[in-house]
Structure formats: structure tokens, C-alpha cells
Design a protein around this ligand. Structure first.
Ligand code: NAD
Length: 284
């Protein structure tokens, strides 16, 4: 039985892919604060090392590992390094992912007339298959391959768990981003599939679905030069019952809850929205 309900991952080894990124770095630092040893895995060696160094400066244990979530042999090499430096892996957070302009349309709604007037508008019909494929691969294969590489040996570890990163787009697609929306829907579906598949060996598999956060990467889309919200930002706020954007820190509680088997031992196959109510609101 628990003496208290605080998070405690002392001694657990956590792999965070995309750990050098905006959200991944918050996950790394939070997991380290509650005692986990962190493998910061990122395509960018410099980012992985930077976040690992920051975790260590804050008193945690971390290892920066350069690896590509789309390269299974490369992931296997990373696993061997992590196991020899930190020990057997208990927690996998699939944080590598994202969108790309080549998988994004300029228009929200297709209009024959408007496109005749402006041939520069990139419609769905103009999207480069490579751009769509890049986004699909990064998010979907970039979640499935680490689950294959790290998941098998997790089956022998008590309290082992995998956490994927879905999105609001998975519930209802956002305009302009068909590839990203489809890829995140696939991640939610895969989360349920893998949760069922791993259920008999005690590995829980869940996801978080972040709502809308202002981060350095999307700030320019959401705020104009004067710092006022853009039309897209206003639409998001109107569709978010809590009436504000989230902060990356606000994802951390859901991640720690799902990661700590003492607190979420009977929770598997769920996609937890952390969205200020966005996914619950029809707009009416
Ligand atoms: P980010 O771009 O800051 O971080 C992604 C990290 O993944 C980067 O450090 C990048 O180097 C790394 N990466 C990219 N390709 C890789 C590869 N092939 N192998 C290994 N690492 C690779 O993005 P973020 O905003 O922190 O997003 C993290 C996750 O959260 C993504 O799945 C994203 O789709 C999702 N998400 C973000 C938001 C948001 O508002 N930021 C909202 C919903 C979901």
C-alpha cells in the first residue's frame, strides 16, 4: 500500500525520445525530479546532451544519446548504450514527432474560384507525397519503432510503461494539417492496440493529447508582431472552454501519473487530453 500519493520513480530508467525538444525536455526534467534516471534520446546530439546536462545540473541522473527514431538499427545501438550506462529500461516516452510545412495546406477550405485567382495557394491537391510521408513516418513509425526496440525487454520489468504523445488533431482534425492529424489519430489507435497486446505481460501503454500551448516554435503563428493573438489563435481560444493556452508544465502531471505504476496501475489504453476542455466542447 502507498504511504502517500506523491510521485516516486526512484531507480526507474526512462527513455524520452525527442527529449531534446520543447516538451520532451520538460518530461525529462520532471521524471528526473521524482527519481528516474533519464536517457535523453534525440536526433540532435547537441540537444540531447544539453538537456542531459541540465538534468544533471539540477541534481538528476541523465545520459544524452543521439539516435533516429526512424532507424531501427540505430535505436538498437542506443538501447545497448542506455542499458550499459543506466540499466534496464522501465519507461518509454515517445516524444519525438511534429508537423512539417510540406504536409500542410495554405487553404482551410477548397475553393475552385479562389485557386484560379491565386495559383500560389498550396491546396491539398498540390501537397508533395514526400511531405505527407515525412510527417506520417516521423509520428507513426517514430512511435512504433521505439516501442518495438524498447518494449520487448520492458515486458520483464515490473511497472513498465509506454507513453505516447497524441494531439487534439487525433480527435477531430484541424484545418490545413491532414498528414499531422492522420498521424496523431494513428498514434491514438496504436496506443490502444499496444495496450491490449502488452496487457498480459504487465506493460501499460497510454498517451497524452496536449491541447494548445504557446511555445517558441508556434509563437509566430499565434501572435503577431505586436504580440496580439492572430485569427487562428482567437479561434483556438474560442474553442477552449478554459479560455487560455496551456503551458508545457501543465502536461507534466499527466505524464508522471501515467508513468508511476503505483498511481495508475489499472490505467492502460487511454489517451488523456490536457487541453483546457478543447476536446469536450462542440463550440455551441
Ligand atoms: P520539438 O520539435 O520541440 O521536439 C521534437 C524533438 O524531436 C526535437 O528535439 C527533434 O530534434 C526530435 N526529433 C525530430 N526527429 C527525430 C528523429 N527522427 N529521431 C529522434 N528525434 C527526433 O516538438 P515539441 O513541441 O516538443 O513536440 C513534442 C511532441 O509533442 C511531438 O510529438 C508533437 O507532435 C507533440 N505535440 C506538441 C504540441 C505543442 O504544442 N508543442 C501539441 C500537441 C502535440
Amino acid at each position: 500500500m502507498l504511504n502517500n500519493y506523491g510521485f516516486d520513480l526512484t531507480g526507474k530508467v526512462a527513455v524520452v525520445t525527442g527529449g531534446g525538444g520543447v516538451l520532451g525536455s520538460y518530461f525529462c526534467k520532471a521524471l528526473a525530479k521524482v527519481g528516474a534516471k533519464i536517457a535523453v534520446v534525440d536526433l540532435s546530439e547537441a540537444s540531447a546532451q544539453k538537456i542531459a546536462d541540465e538534468v544533471i545540473e539540477e541534481g538528476g541522473t541523465a545520459l544524452g544519446v543521439a539516435s533516429n527514431v526512424l532507424d531501427i538499427d540505430n535505436l538498437k545501438e542506443a538501447k545497448a548504450i542506455i542499458e550499459s550506462e543506466l540499466g534496464e529500461i522501465d519507461i518509454l516516452i515517445n516524444g519525438a514527432g511534429g508537423n512539417h510545412p510540406n504536409g500542410t495546406t495554405d487553404d482551410e477550405f477548397y475553393s475552385v474560384d479562389a485557386n484560379k485567382q491565386d495559383p500560389d495557394v498550396k491546396t491539398f491537391f498540390d501537397l508533395d507525397p514526400k511531405g505527407i510521408g515525412f510527417v506520417m513516418d516521423l509520428n507513426v513509425m517514430g512511435t512504433i519503432l521505439p516501442a518495438q526496440v524498447f518494449g520487448e525487454s520492458m515486458a520483464k520489468r515490473e511497472g513498465a510503461t509506454i507513453i505516447n504523445v497524441s494531439s487534439m488533431n487525433a480527435f477531430t482534425p484541424l484545418t490545413k494539417i491532414p498528414a499531422y492529424s492522420g498521424a496523431k489519430a494513428a498514434i491514438s489507435n496504436f496506443t490502444q492496440w499496444l495496450a491490449t497486446y502488452m496487457s498480459k505481460v504487465g506493460v501499460r501503454v497510454n498517451a497524452i493529447a496536449p491541447g494548445f500551448l504557446i511555445t517558441t516554435q508556434n509563437e509566430k503563428l499565434l501572435k503577431n508582431e505586436e504580440g496580439d493573438y492572430t485569427l487562428r489563435a482567437e479561434k483556438i481560444l474560442n474553442a477552449t472552454p478554459m479560455g487560455r493556452f496551456g503551458e508545457p508544465e501543465e502536461l507534466v502531471g499527466a505524464v508522471l501519473f501515467l508513468a508511476d505504476a503505483r498511481l495508475s496501475s489499472f490505467v492502460t489504453g487511454v489517451v488523456v487530453p490536457v487541453d483546457g476542455g478543447f476536446s469536450s466542447y462542440s463550440g455551441v
